[in-house]
Each structure stands twice: as structure tokens, then as C-alpha cells.
Design a protein around this ligand. Structure first.
Ligand code: GTP
Ligand code: MG
Length: 535
């Protein structure tokens, strides 16, 4: 192996950092994140034939929805990480789930990306979940690119959509291109900077790259295509937007104050090529990473990284657990010894993989911006900081309070080992918490989650991954609280009638309340009682 001097190593590191692009695709459910992901892979040359999200028989399903339940329902449940090379860049794309029941996963993903693509449905504009995710981006001033999708269907006026972005989000929308036609008449986009019209042609089921033809705005081809009146209206609108519309400013974009806006249709491959080109050009490489009051430079020679996600059983052939790590600084090498700040001890990175949704490939090294999976024999948890050299502790990952509770029953007592193992694994992924009622002899687990859909995911995954049939029955609780160490005698506490005592996996006592109101009532009645939100 070549011997590098200290200088060349630093040069290599600088170069590798500069060519990383790490971004998440975010939005309200169904705006088209997975479809857009799929088509971006096509433009990047990473897959030959883009799958259709709603998989028909004998048709490929979407790459990034690799989980069985995702493919059956056509929704994303968990963030998919896809790493690939394009035009000299190494891309780390994270396709997040939009549904609020899975939003903890999306929020954590947003903690490890350098930019985000916000997808809007042209007919719906800014929806509730998009707004929440945008506010999370604000916490780290994450630069955002906006893709207004589904232009092939009748949608709202483009000007109205821009106004909504400005008013609801408080960020300046700078259109990069402008749609030509709307719904069935959608023909292409006008690129405001190059002053050229890109006309798209439909392809069979939108599965291949849509061919593009380039024209000037006054070209007679457009008059023939749109009709005289519509052509004249388009010219007028573009004159207006060119004169008074917000101009794109890179510094404002990088500071999270302005967003470049693109129009298109992911399912028809309209407007995707210009968007992909702009994404590679505009998405920033990794920058400094906040760790308490300090920030860690990506080009620092010491390695550091953050575990943001745990996922078990991604590969049916090798049922193992993977910890997803974002490299924040330095270089990660296979077999390297790193500190785990939480455990206070050193660990060896025995196996690291790069992922392409459900598929993986071993890697010997990774650089800042890279999202890699580490084989996890139980030593990594969500939120762990790994480092070499001086101690680093990255800021904690967001956690949401569970608001839904259910009793999980194992229908096949003979499979209690698989049942327990499966449940423990799923709990480690952080999507559910498991409690046991203190007064019950039968130790049936109580599941707590942010959203009810998580319970369906648990039963589906226990069946698919552990061969165990289970049923869930809803429980009437709405929040859980742990006791602080200093407590009055528990016999003295006046408990509201509907709350119940339980224990978590570590045997710590937990109180389950039927409502926030009941929790507050309990606090009023027992002023000395001290409860906390997490165990
Ligand atoms: N007409 C039209 N439909 C689209 C377009 N893009 C996506 N869709 C459809 O919208 C639906 C949702 O698409 P997805 O890509 O799964 O949406 P998503 O944002 O990934 O959804 P979640 O991950 O579950 O939040 C699917 O039926 C897509 O076929 C588009 O450009 N035009
Ligand atoms: Mg999706």
C-alpha cells in the first residue's frame, strides 16, 4: 500500500469532503419523495429503469421502499439511505417517511444531513407535516431546495405557491424555472437564467428518461403547442417573474434564508434533469458539525461520527442489526479503534457497509458526509458519538413522547423466544418503548409509540422477520412518566383512578396516565411528587 505523508492525507481528506453531497428528501405524506428519489437515481445513472411506487404485478417496486410493508402499502416507514457516485460527487441521499407516526425517524435524519429537498404537491401547497419538518430544518439552518411536484395534474397557480412558501415558511422562494402549462397541458419548464424552454416528451409509464427539446421563448413551436393566447400569457408571466421575482442568492440559500424553487412531475420525468443538475451544483458539501458549544470541522484529521438510526433484519439472508453512522470529521477506516462516548470505552469497527436502500456493500473507508452502516453486536445506540483523539459529544437526537399505548399479545406461546427477541430488537430501533404492568402476573408487553401505525409495523415485522403472529389491543393511556429518584413514600401518593403503574425493561417504575389533564391533576394533588419525561 502507498505510504502517504501527512500532507497528502490532508489533501485527500479535503478532496473527499469537497465532493460529498448529503441530503434528505422531506415532505408531507404522498407528495412524491420516493417517486422523486427513484427518478433522481435514474438521472444519476444509479438505476436503469425506475420502479413504480405502487408496484403492479411483475413490476419493480421502488428501490428506497425496501421493507415488505412499505412495498405492500406504497408508503415509506423508515428512512432509506442510498449512496452512489455521480459526476465526480459521492451522493448520500436519504429518502424519509412523511407520515407523522414515523416522524421521529425523519427528525433524526434531518440532524445528519447538509441540505434538504422539500417536495410540495402542486395541488396542495404546504401541508402540515411539511411545515413541521421545515421548522426542524430551521434549527440547524439547513439549506433547502424546493421541488414543486405533480405538475401533470391540475394544480394551484405557481405564483400563489411561491407566495405561500414566503408567508407560511418565512423563507424567500427564488424560482429557477417556470412551468409551461398546468395539468394535462403541462409541457415543460422555462429556465429563467439561461432563458431557454425545455420541452419534455412523455415516455412509456414514465419509466425512462423523458427526452428534452430546447427552444427559445418566442419559438413558433410553442405557439403551435400552446395556442396563440396561452403562448402570449406565458410570455407575459415570465416577463413579470423575471422583473419582480426573487433572484436566487447562493449565500442566502446556504444560510437557510432563501430556497431555489423548481417545477416538475416526478412520475412523468418532467423537470427532473434540470433539478438534478442544480442539486449537485447547489447542495453544499459537509460543513462544521455542532457538538455542544463547539463545532467540529469536517477536515479535522481526527475521526468523529454520529449514530442516528438502528435497523434490524434489512437483509433476509443475514438477520443482523445495523447502526447507521454519519461521518462528521476525519476518515473512518475498517478495523479502526474508536471511542464510544456513551460507553466510555474503545471499540473496533469490524464491519462497515455502504447502503443502497436494502442492498449493501462492505467498505474499507468513509469520509465526512458519508452515511454508512456498522454491524451492531449491541454496542451502538441511537445518539452515540464515536471518535478518535480528543473527546467529542454531539448534540442529542430528538426524542418524542409516546402518545399511543397498546397491549401486545403473542398468539403462539410456543414461539415466546422469537417473540421476545423480535420485540427487543424493534425496541432498540427506537420506534417503540416496552413496558410491563406492575400488578399483572402475565408479563404481556405494553407498547408505547408516537403514532398508532407503529403498532401495525410491529405486528407486520414480527410476522415477516420472526415468524410470530401477534395481536394488539388499544390501551386508554396518553402519556408515560418516570419517578425522580427522590420520592415521597409511594403509599402516600393520591393516584387518579385511571392511571396505572408499570415498569420499563430496566425495571424502573413508570406511571401511565390516560391524559395530560390527569397527569396535571396528579401533580396538583401530590405537590411533592416529582416525575420526569424519560427513564
Ligand atoms: N400524478 C402524479 N402522481 C405522482 C407524482 N409523483 C408521485 N405521484 C404519486 O403519488 C403517490 C405517492 O408517491 P410517493 O413517492 O410514495 O410519496 P412519498 O412522499 O414518498 O410518500 P411517503 O413516503 O409515504 O410519505 C404515488 O401514488 C405516486 O405514484 C407526479 O409527479 N404526478
Ligand atoms: Mg416515500
Amino acid at each position: 500500500m502507498a505510504q502517504y505523508t501527512a500532507n497528502t492525507t490532508q489533501k485527500d481528506l479535503d478532496y473527499e469532503v469537497s465532493r460529498r453531497r448529503t441530503f434528505a428528501i422531506i415532505s408531507h405524506p404522498d407528495a412524491g419523495k420516493t417517486t422523486l428519489t427513484e427518478k433522481l437515481l435514474l438521472y444519476a445513472g444509479a438505476v436503469g429503469m425506475a420502479g413504480s411506487v405502487r408496484a403492479r404485478k411483475n413490476q419493480r417496486s421502488a428501490t428506497s421502499d425496501w421493507m415488505e410493508m412499505e412495498q405492500q402499502r406504497g408508503i415509506s416507514i423508515t428512512t432509506a439511505a442510498l449512496q452512489f457516485d455521480c459526476q465526480g460527487c459521492r451522493i448520500n441521499l436519504l429518502d424519509t417517511p412523511g407520515h407523522q407516526d414515523f416522524s421521529e425517524d425523519t427528525y433524526r435524519t434531518l440532524m445528519v444531513t447538509d441540505s434538504a429537498v422539500m417536495v410540495l404537491d402542486a395541488a396542495k401547497g404546504i401541508e402540515s407535516q411539511t411545515k413541521k419538518l421545515f421548522q426542524v430544518c430551521r434549527l440547524r439552518n439547513t439549506p433547502i431546495l424546493t421541488f414543486i411536484n405533480k405538475l401533470d395534474r391540475p394544480g394551484r397557480e405557481p405564483l400563489e405557491l411561491l407566495e405561500e412558501i414566503e408567508q407560511v415558511m418565512g423563507i424567500s422562494p427564488a424560482p429557477i424555472n417556470w412551468p409551461i402549462g398546468n395539468g394535462p397541458t403541462f409541457k415543460g419548464v422555462y429556465d429563467l437564467a439561461s432563458k431557454s424552454v425545455l420541452l419534455f416528451e412523455r415516455t412509456e409509464h414514465g419509466r425512462y428518461r423523458a427526452p428534452v427539446r430546447v427552444h427559445g421563448l418566442n419559438d413558433q413551436v410553442l405557439t403551435a403547442l400552446l395556442g396563440r393566447d396561452e403562448h402570449a400569457a406565458l410570455i407575459e408571466e415570465i416577463e413579470l417573474i423575471s422583473a419582480v421575482g426573487t433572484k436566487f442568492n447562493r449565500d442566502e440559500f446556504l444560510a437557510g434564508l432563501a430556497t431555489p424553487v423548481f417545477f416538475g412531475s416526478a412520475s412523468n420525468n418532467f423537470g427532473l434533469e434540470p433539478f438534478w443538475q442544480a442539486l449537485i451544483e447547489l447542495a453544499p458539501p459537509p460543513g462544521p458539525y455542532a457538538a455542544g458549544p463547539n463545532s467540529i470541522e469536517p477536515n479535522s484529521p481526527e475521526f468523529s461520527g454520529l449514530i442516528f438510526k438502528i435497523q434490524a433484519n434489512m437483509d433476509p439472508q443475514h438477520r443482523d442489526q445495523v447502526a447507521f453512522l454519519r461521518v462528521c470529521s476525519g476518515r473512518l477506516e475498517k478495523d479502526m479503534q474508536v471511542h464510544n462516548a456513551r460507553l466510555g470505552r474503545k471499540l473496533r469497527i469490524a464491519r462497515a457497509y455502504r447502503f443502497f436502500a436494502g442492498e449493501r456493500e462492505p467498505v474499507d473507508e468513509a469520509y465526512p458526509g458519508d452515511v454508512v452502516g456498522l454491524a451492531n453486536p449491541g454496542v451502538f445506540s441511537i445518539g452515540d458519538t464515536l471518535y478518535t483523539g480528543r473527546a467529542v459529544a454531539f448534540n442529542t437526537m430528538p426524542r418524542f413522547q409516546p402518545e399511543h399505548f397498546c397491549l401486545l399479545q403473542n398468539s403462539d406461546i410456543g414461539k415466546y423466544k422469537q417473540f421476545n427477541k423480535g420485540l427487543e430488537q424493534l425496541e432498540k430501533e427506537g420506534a417503540i418503548q416496552v413496558f410491563f404492568f406492575s400488578d399483572s402476573l402475565r408479563k404481556e408487553p405494553v407498547l408505547a409509540a408516537v403514532g398508532e401505525l407503529q403498532f401495525e409495523v410491529v405486528t407486520a415485522r414480527l410476522r415477516a422477520e420472526y415468524g410470530v403472529e401477534t395481536t394488539v389491543s388499544k390501551l386508554p393511556f396518553a402519556c408515560a412518566r418516570w419517578f425522580e429518584a427522590e420520592q415521597p413514600d409511594r403509599a402516600e401518593i393520591i393516584w387518579p383512578s385511571r392511571c396505572k403503574l408499570a415498569e420499563d425493561r430496566q425495571g424502573q417504575p413508570v406511571v401511565l396516565f390516560s391524559s395530560e389533564w390527569e397527569l396535571n391533576y396528579c401533580r396538583e394533588k401530590n405537590p411533592r411528587l416529582a416525575l420526569r419525561e424519560w427513564g
